[in-house]
Design a protein around this ligand. Structure first.
Ligand SMILES: [Mg+2]
Length: 454
């Protein structure tokens, strides 16, 4: 995994040593001697990760970290704080400043590279989300501002009930903890939805990594943060845990304050990613939906029709389409206004949905035209569906609430089944011609394009 890492340390020897070790692992390295230089470099060069010394004259590591995390340009870059002393207060202070992780000097290569890899992996994920939402012009809130709600659900998994309960007792008061001494119960509860998982890996009689792997591989829990408890000398295990996708590691004996700070960091990060994901879902939905009717839009219909046509060409599954057009819709708009017109379009869309099968793909093709794609469906069956919709519309009372008018709305439709060797354009032309016949035949009717030569 190649990445650009920024080293921030006031002592040149420290910078050089660290640079040599990281370069040897093929990382690209940038160096800064103080907080301000680090912030400037970060904005200019956007590194993938920052190794930040705590003790520096002037702006110390905590303050530098807060600046990183409050700047929209740099806030998503993971920061590992490096402390000379393994001071509990420092760790908590750092986590509260938004640091993503901690390492103690002298830096041990195994621990260093495991942390670096794990954070880079997480960053790749967030980066992907950020790239995908960039088109939306939303920079998102600062990670530190993302609120962590109290009452987060946390599952604690350990070798037996007693150990799990003891560990759960160390969690902060404002979370809802559940402890599990049986991995199967735990996996089930986690699958039902928890905000975070704490797994105790310190017992030889319990393969906690298996639980972690399971949580990671399950689609429903793929993004659930996992915090593992390890023995301070079990470095291999720590590395394996991080490589497996465990988000953070805390060493035994577990300090309740540090545990609380690490949990907050993980919950905050998970919520930030959730927010990015939600925004992405929204934008995807906007991209495929017609805002007025909630049906699919023309672009989406076109892509699905192409797909379906490929399916027809490949395996010969019958494919039919219906093109609906509301009769004399222009009159509705002219006589009753556009609000009434919109109302009719929406009401028709609802009727359309209620009369079709869930697998049929219905959308607004333009103006008052609606297209339905019926896969694995022959023309007769599609004509029946079209007729159901036509009859339902003819029966329906379209009363416009705002004006009190009751409108007499009817719909016409053309139906066609795709033929061998036909293109999507030819199929649509034929459907359109059938619709035209329906209009000419007096409206409020459907016409099936018969299998004669085109
Ligand atoms: Mg220093």
């Amino acid at each position: 995994m190649s990445a650009r890492i920024l080293i921030v340390d006031d002592i040149e020897t420290n910078r050089r040593l660290l640079e040599a070790r990281l370069s040897a692992e093929y990382f690209e390295v940038l160096c800064a001697a103080d907080g301000q230089e680090a912030l400037d470099l970060c904005v200019e060069q956007t590194p993938d990760l920052v190794l930040l010394d705590v003790m520096m004259p002037g702006m110390d590591g905590f303050e530098t970290c807060r600046h990183f995390k409050n700047n929209p340009v740099t806030r998503h870059i993971p920061v590992i704080m490096v402390t000379a002393l393994d001071e509990r207060e420092d760790r908590i202070k750092g986590l509260e400043a938004g640091a993503d992780d901690f390492l103690t000097k002298p830096l041990d290569d195994v621990a260093l590279f495991a942390r670096v890899r794990s954070l880079l992996r997480l960053k790749q994920l967030t980066d992907e989300l950020r790239v995908r939402e960039r088109s939306l012009d939303t920079e998102g809130e600062p990670v530190l501002d993302v609120e962590v709600p109290s009452g987060a659900h946390i599952a604690v998994v350990a070798v037996d009930d007693r150990t799990a309960a003891r560990l759960a007792a160390k969690l902060p008061d404002d979370v809802a903890a559940q402890s599990f001494g049986d991995p199967r119960d735990a996996v089930q509860a986690i699958g039902a939805g928890v905000d975070l998982v704490v797994v105790d890996l310190t017992s030889k009689h319990f393969d906690g990594l298996r639980v972690c792997a399971r949580v990671r591989s399950d689609a429903a829990t793929r993004n659930t943060p996992i915090l593992a408890v390890v023995d301070p000398d079990a470095r291999d295990q720590m590395v394996r845990a991080l490589d497996l996708g465990v988000n953070d590691v805390v060493t035994r004996p577990v300090d309740a304050g540090e545990l609380a700070a690490r949990i907050r960091t993980q919950l905050r990060r998970a919520r930030y990613a959730d927010k990015l994901r939600d925004r992405l879902d929204e934008s995807l939905e906007l991209a495929v939906t017609d805002p007025l009717t909630g049906l699919f839009n023309r672009r989406y219909l076109a892509s699905r029709l192409d797909q379906a046509a490929e399916g027809f060409a490949r395996v010969g599954e019958p494919l039919s389409v219906i093109l609906f057009d509301l009769d004399q819709f222009k009159e509705v708009n002219d006589k009753h206004g556009h609000a009434a017109g919109d109302f009719v379009l929406k009401a028709f869309a609802d009727t359309l949905k209620s009369q079709l099968r869930a697998i049929d793909i219905a959308g607004r093709f333009g103006g008052e035209e609606f297209l339905v794609i019926l896969k694995d469906t022959a023309a007769d069956c599609a004509a029946d569906a079209a007729e159901r919709v036509r009859a339902a519309v003819a029966r329906q009372d379209f009363s416009v609430k705002a004006t009190g008018d009751t409108l007499n709305v009817t719909v016409s439709a053309g139906v066609a089944q795709m033929r061998d060797g036909e293109t999507v354009g030819q199929l649509l032309d034929r459907t359109d011609a059938a619709l035209y016949d329906a209009k000419n035949g007096g409206r409020n009717q459907i016409v099936l394009s018969r299998a004669k030569a085109a």
